[in-house]
Design a protein. Structure first.
Length: 261
C-alpha cells in the first residue's frame, strides 16, 4: 500500500522559542521545499518573564511566537497549558488531537521523549498519544479522523542532555542549515523576552549567541558550519517512511558521519 503524506508540518513544542531554537533551520528549508508550516506550543511560556507578571508575560510571548511563525509563513496556535505546570491530561490531549485533526499534517515534530526539561517530556507524550489517536473514529473530538497517522519526528534537547546529564541516542539524521542560519536567527530574534530571562536563570549573557553555538556544535559533529539533528519515531503505531528525509535530501547528513568527541 502506498501512503501519500501531506506536505504539511505541525510542530508542537512546550514553550514559545523552542521551535525556533531546535528546528528553525529545518522549517525554513521545509518552507522552501513547498511544505505548509504550522507551529503550536502546549504552554504560552508564562514563567519566562522578568519584572513581568505571568499574565503580562503570556501576552508578550504569544505576540513574539506569532511574529516568529509569520516569518516562515506559518500559523501559530497555543494549546493553553500552564508553563511549569504542564501535565498530561484528558483536556490537553483532546485539544492537541483537535488541532492535529484540523491541520491534518503529514509530519509532526515535537521534543524528544527523554528531553532534560519536564514540560518538554510531557509535551512529547501528549503529542505522541494524540498523533496515535488522530485516525481513530472513537476518539471523542468533533473533527474528522485522519486517513493516516502523521509521521512523527523529535527535535534535540538543549545541549543534547537528558534529565541526568547523559546523552540521548545518536540522532537519526542531521540537516545542514548553513544556508538558512540567518533566517533561523531572525526567527529567534522575535523572542526578546528570553534575553533577560536567560541572563538571570542560566547566567547566559548572549541567548541568541548560545543558540548559534548549539547549531555550530551540531554542525561540527558532521563537518558543516551549522546543523540541526532529528530522530524519527520508529516505534510501534507509526509508519517508518523517511518522508522528511527524502524531501530534504540536498541538506541531509547521514548519522554515520557523526564523529562525536
Ligand atoms: Zn522549552
Amino acid at each position: 500500500m502506498k501512503t501519500n503524506f501531506a506536505k504539511r508540518v505541525l510542530v508542537i513544542h512546550a514553550h514559545p522559542d523552542d521551535t525556533e531554537a531546535f528546528s528553525g533551520g529545518l522549517l525554513v528549508l521545509m518552507q522552501q521545499a513547498g511544505f505548509e508550516i504550522n507551529i503550536a506550543t502546549t504552554t504560552a511560556g508564562g514563567m519566562g518573564g522578568i519584572l513581568s507578571t505571568e499574565k503580562d508575560t503570556i501576552s508578550k510571548r504569544l505576540k513574539e511566537a506569532a511574529l516568529a511563525a509569520q516569518s516562515v509563513g506559518a500559523t501559530y496556535h497555543c494549546l493553553g497549558g500552564r508553563d511549569g505546570f504542564l501535565f498530561d491530561s484528558d483536556e490537553i490531549r483532546l485539544k492537541t488531537l483537535s488541532l492535529i485533526r484540523s491541520i491534518r499534517p503529514g509530519v509532526i515534530l515535537t521534543h524528544l521523549p527523554g528531553d532534560y526539561h519536564a514540560d518538554h517530556r510531557a509535551t512529547a507524550q501528549i503529542v505522541e498519544m494524540s498523533a496515535m489517536l488522530s485516525t481513530l473514529p472513537n476518539a471523542p473530538v468533533p473533527e474528522e479522523p485522519l486517513d493516516v497517522t502523521p509521521l512523527l519526528y523529535h527535535t534535540a534537547p538543549l545541549g543534547l542532555t537528558d534529565p541526568l546529564g547523559g546523552h540521548p541516542p545518536k540522532p537519526h539524521f542531521y540537516v545542514n542549515i548553513g544556508g538558512v542560519m540567518e533566517q533561523k536567527m531572525a526567527m529567534l530574534a522575535h523572542h526578546r523576552t528570553q534575553i533577560e530571562l536567560m541572563r538571570l536563570m542560566h547566567k547566559m549573557d548572549d541567548f541568541f549567541g548560545e543558540m548559534k553555538v548549539q547549531s555550530r556544535e551540531l554542525g561540527r559533529r558532521v563537518g558543516v558550519d551549522y546543523a540541526e539533528c532529528f530522530w524519527q519515531h520508529l516505534g510501534g503505531g507509526f509508519q517508518k517512511t523517511p518522508f522528511l528525509q527524502n524531501n530534504l535530501q540536498p541538506y541531509l547528513i547521514n548519522h554515520s558521519m557523526d564523529n562525536v568527541s
